[in-house]
Design a binder for this molecule. Structure first.
Ligand code: AHG
Ligand code: MN
Ligand code: MN
Length: 360
């Protein structure tokens, strides 16, 4: 594995592209999944089909997103979701597409979505329930950014239904992040990417829109151990806990010998901020604030999946004190403070929060 994956290092060179031998060296997501499946004895292919279903829904959402501004899909539905947040039309559209794809695919027995108050059990048309996977989703993350043409994404987390569980219900989904068997995201950015892990490294695929395939463009992503940028909504500075304010002061200090002050990079779309930091290094923080005393991001379908990915890429994720993946969830929509990204940066933030380091 490379120590740091440079974005685009795997890209086909421009002359080759122009000569028409475009993508022969790229593997499609489908080929990649099948190859991995073949290496697992007694694999039934169910998991591969589940990933394919998610990628198809991602392509449909991507298609619709590319028309925002032309077709009347941007803007709010006039409804407020279970989190008390204004629902965007694209939130509902993305939720519906993912639920539809998972129902049609038949491998998923329970869905938990940001856009639905309760967990959604899935039964097949015959009434039999044979899907073995639970999928938790943020169908559209950063959705308030759509109207202004800024990158947004979908985040997903996958668990197995515990053996002999009976009728799948919320209890089956409330497992620690360590039990995830896969997690990923689709970022609808300057290009559309599907990034996922099954606990065996992180791989990124870029959508080639003319052939409708995700192609392996970012194999075995590794995130830098440290970097010089941080992502936080600093407008909330006055309601941060003292240790965090100290850490920010430390990052802003004029200490050119070690690269300080660091730069702030905050898109306000978690998945996009995370994706940049994964490739370039950095730390993303959404801490407890006065308005959101438990933080703003959701443990089950925002923090856990990206914590799994960042750890698989060599990074770290915590709530400031405890490893995210070890948290025992109590509710589908529960929130958590989040410190996620380059390992050394998250460790330093934890030391500041614990009062073991000060800005000086
Ligand atoms: P969502 O669109 O799924 O509700 O998530 C919005 C989240 C996250 O994407 C982003 O990082 C954060 O809200 C931004 O919050 P602030 O505006 O408070 O910084
Ligand atoms: Mn979100
Ligand atoms: Mn969302």
């Amino acid at each position: 594995m490379n120590d740091v994956s440079a974005p685009g290092q795997h890209a086909v060179n421009f002359e080759t592209w122009m000569s028409g031998q475009n993508y022969t060296r790229f593997k499609t997501l489908e080929q990649f999944i099948i190859e991995r499946q073949d290496s697992i004895p007694h694999s039934t292919g169910a998991f591969s089909r589940l990933i394919r279903d998610l990628s198809v829904a991602g392509k449909i959402v991507n298609r619709d997103m590319r028309r925002a501004g032309l077709v009347d899909i941007a803007g709010t539905t006039g409804e407020v979701n279970v989190q008390g947040e204004v629902q965007q039309k694209m939130d509902m559209l993305a939720h519906n597409e993912f639920v539809r794809a998972l129902k049609r695919g038949g491998e998923c027995c329970l869905i938990g979505s940001e856009e639905h108050a309760e967990a959604i059990p899935i039964s097949t048309q015959s009434g039999d329930q044979d899907g073995q996977y639970i999928v938790l989703l943020d169908p559209l993350d950063g959705s308030s950014n759509i109207e202004v043409n800024v990158s947004v994404g979908t985040i997903f987390s996958i668990y197995r239904l515990p053996d002999d569980y009976g009728e799948p219900d919320l209890g089956a989904a409330l497992q620690a992040g360590l039990n995830q068997i896969a997690a990923g995201y689709i970022v609808y950015g300057s290009s559309t990417m599907f990034v996922y892990t099954t606990g065996d490294g992180v791989n990124g695929f870029t959508l080639e829109p003319s052939i409708g395939e995700f192609l392996l463009s970012h194999p075995e992503i590794r995130t830098p151990k440290t970097a010089r940028s941080y992502s936080i909504n600093e407008g909330n500075y006055n309601s941060f806990e003292p240790g965090l304010r100290e850490y920010i002061k430390w990052m802003q200090a004029l200490e050119p010998h070690d690269g300080r002050p660091y730069s702030t990079r905050y898109i306000g779309s978690f998945v996009s901020d995370f994706h940049r930091n994964l490739l370039k290094g950095g730390i993303y923080i959404y801490p407890a604030t006065e308005k959101n005393p438990d933080g703003k991001l959701r443990l089950m379908y925002e923090a856990n999946p990206l914590a799994f990915i960042v750890e698989q890429a060599g990074g770290r994720a915590s709530d400031g004190h405890q490893r995210i993946l070890e948290r025992t969830p109590e509710a589908l929509h529960q929130r958590t403070p989040l410190y996620i990204g380059s390992e050394e940066m998250v460790l330093r933030a934890e030391r500041f929060l614990a009062g073991k380091e000060v800005a000086g």
